[in-house]
Ligand binder design. Structure first.
Ligand code: GCU
Length: 609
């Protein structure tokens, strides 16, 4: 499995990612932090726009990353974190502080802590995510920078900790930019901050940094294992893999680079599926250090227009989800948030969720494993990014690799998505082809796709085609369509036809329309529940006519915040295409889809056959 051996040689000075953080010894830095809003980045740049943390003697008075305190009354220091306001981590700042609701820019985070040092161990500081750009300092020293708002990162801090009075400072900047990923224009709220867990990970001198344990592509009787050790004593080491419930106890030996791989014969495994989300306890043992994980085993493949899970055809009864808890407000981050969102999806009758448009927090994919929901995971290559910009590509590629690295052992994740609604051009297709190549190299098992766009066939008014060369290279042809909302009225669905020439599974990755929950009227009146209900009925009938249709993920589970949605008394900053309002109340269309999924479930249930 090449993934494990991919070098992280990016220009972002980011260390190789440590995975399975939740099952490692850790010191939690979540909770109350101090923050300073710095719209002019005065704490980072001096008045000549020089980067202060690159200066030999950065000024104590303004360099916020130093966390400096005046030593005597005459000293001029123009910040004081101790007197600053409190803020919670993990959380975005927009939903916590009224004055930061619309804020885009830099915020300095500060936290002090004591740390019980253990001899011979190593320590890493780990961030689940920080939107968008994070500069990280420990005790006034720079650890590094991370770019990308939805993937984890870690820095080694061994030897940099004191027993008492440590302080961590992070400058988080969520300023949008044309060259960034996502780019300057999206249809979701640009929540800023330390949006996910912050922890110190305590590991042995040489430890298991990462591993890949999955059924080899499409052979339910063979488990592929690769392990990578990090540390001075990584060569020629024995690593034991134990799966007690499957009577498996296998050993492998690392090479000079600390890498080992093996294949384990595994008969009669209880395969993971939405109907049977079986997870095995897996132990990885090195030098009496045991790292455990919960892993499901399943095969996933396409055959002609069929999607086969464990060799059986499935229909992806899905829904799109944004990583937001509309009820509390702000980015979703916790197990409770994930249980709420994925619980609603289960209630809908889903066996699949499209986590849009960026990698969601790890609680989402782990709870999808537990609840039995297959997952589409996507990088925020959204709409029109700078295809020819090398930095933009490196950034997107970095987010892709980290997304796959973090979740490659999740049985729930079946599809890696490269992009959403990107305009067809040679540069764009070249960009996405390179992303696909990396994905296949890193993970030869899972399916690859992207949310493409449909077009009205030239010379017709209601025949629809996908004019995109990428169809050739993806495993599942997925496209977004809004006939009846952005294109005509629901009536138009009645006569619409789709011409899709590929003998591949088709997933309609978005459809839907806005409705304000509780607003009722005739089905011809936009923004009413009745209009949305009718749109769902007509759309599902229309899509069922596509012979290759093997799944749908309507847009979207719940209303979500978007600065692009300004219609008073209806949107007021919310995209209202949810089937559930931000207060958690279901709309009529929710039940249309629930009924449709009951029928689909019976249709694909082998027991009915
Ligand atoms: C687009 C897009 C979504 C957006 C949705 C909408 O297709 O992919 O991010 O929110 O349509 O317009 O509501």
């Amino acid at each position: 499995m090449a993934l494990l051996f991919a070098s992280a040689g990016y220009s972002y000075a980011q260390e190789p990612l440590i995975t399975n953080i939740g099952n490692r010894t850790s010191f939690n830095l979540n909770g109350v932090w101090k923050y300073v809003v710095d719209p002019y980045q005065t704490g980072y740049y001096d008045y000549r726009r020089e980067v202060r943390d690159e200066q030999t003697n950065p000024s104590n008075s303004e360099s916020l990353f130093l966390g400096y305190k005046a030593q005597d009354p005459s000293e001029r220091v123009e910040y004081d974190f101790d007197k600053a306001d409190n803020i919670l981590v993990p959380r975005d700042w927009n939903s916590q502080k009224e004055k930061l609701f619309y804020y885009e820019g830099s915020v300095w985070y500060y936290k002090t802590f004591d740390y019980e040092l253990k001899a011979n161990n190593r320590q890493f500081i780990y961030f689940g995510a920080a939107n968008y750009e994070a500069d990280v300092y420990l005790n006034g020293k720079k650890l590094g920078k991370h770019i990308g708002g939805f993937t984890p990162f870690n820095f080694e801090i061994t030897g940099k900790l004191n027993a008492k009075g440590n302080f961590i400072i992070v400058k988080v900047d969520n300023t949008r930019g044309i060259e960034k990923v996502p780019t300057i224009n999206t249809d979701w709220w640009n929540y800023g901050g330390l949006t996910r867990d912050v922890k110190i990970i305590e590991v042995a001198g040489t430890f298991i940094r990462d591993y890949y344990i999955q059924l080899s592509d499409n052979d339910p009787n063979n488990i592929e294992v690769s392990v990578i050790l990090n540390g001075d004593e990584k060569a020629n080491q024995t690593v034991t893999i134990e799966i007690p419930e499957a009577n498996i106890n296998a050993k492998c030996t690392t090479d000079s680079e600390g890498k080992a791989k093996t294949s384990i014969a595994a008969k009669n495994l209880n395969l993971w599926s939405p109907e049977n989300p079986c997870l095995y306890e897996v132990k990885l043992i090195h030098n009496n250090n045991i790292l455990t994980d919960k892993i499901g085993f399943r095969t996933i493949q396409t055959q002609g227009k069929e999607i086969l899970l464990n060799g059986k055809p499935v229909f992806l009864r899905g829904i799109c989800i944004h990583e937001e808890n509309g009820v509390r407000g702000g980015r979703a981050y916790s197990r409770e948030d994930a249980n709420m969102l994925l619980g609603w999806a289960k209630e809908l009758g889903c066996n699949f969720v499209r986590l849009a448009h960026y990698p969601h927090n790890e609680n989402m994919t782990r709870i999808a494993d537990e609840l039995g929901l297959m997952v589409w995971s996507e990088v925020p290559v959204y709409w029109t990014i700078q295809w020819k910009n090398e930095e933009t590509f490196t950034n997107a590629h970095n987010q892709l690799t980290d997304m796959i690295t973090r979740d490659k052992n999740r049985a729930s994740v079946i599809i890696w998505s490269m992009a959403n609604e990107t305009p067809v051009s040679a540069d764009r297709t070249d960009f996405l082809m390179k992303m696909i190549a990396t994905t296949r190299q890193l993970d030869p098992v899972r399916l690859v796709s992207a949310a493409l766009e449909r077009h009205t066939k030239t010379g017709t008014t209601n025949t629809h085609v996908i004019e995109d060369p990428l169809q050739e290279y993806v495993d599942i042809i997925a496209f977004n369509q809004y006939i009846g909302w952005y294109d005509g009225l629901p009536e138009k669905c009645k006569t619409a036809e789709f011409e899709i020439k590929f003998n591949k599974p088709v997933l309609v990755s978005e459809f839907g329309g806005d409705a304000l929950q509780g607003k009722h009227g005739s089905k011809d009146a936009r923004w009413t529940e009745e209009f949305q209900e009718d749109l769902y009925k007509e759309t599902l009938k229309m899509l069922d006519k596509i012979p290759q249709l093997r799944g749908v993920t309507p847009w979207i589970l719940a209303d979500f915040r978007s600065p692009r949605r300004v219609l008073p008394d209806i949107q007021d900053g919310w995209n209202r295409k949810g089937l559930i309002s931000e207060t958690g109340d279901k709309k009529k269309a929710f039940f249309v889809l629930q009924d449709y999924y009951k029928v689909k479930k019976a249709e694909y249930d082998p027991k009915q056959k």
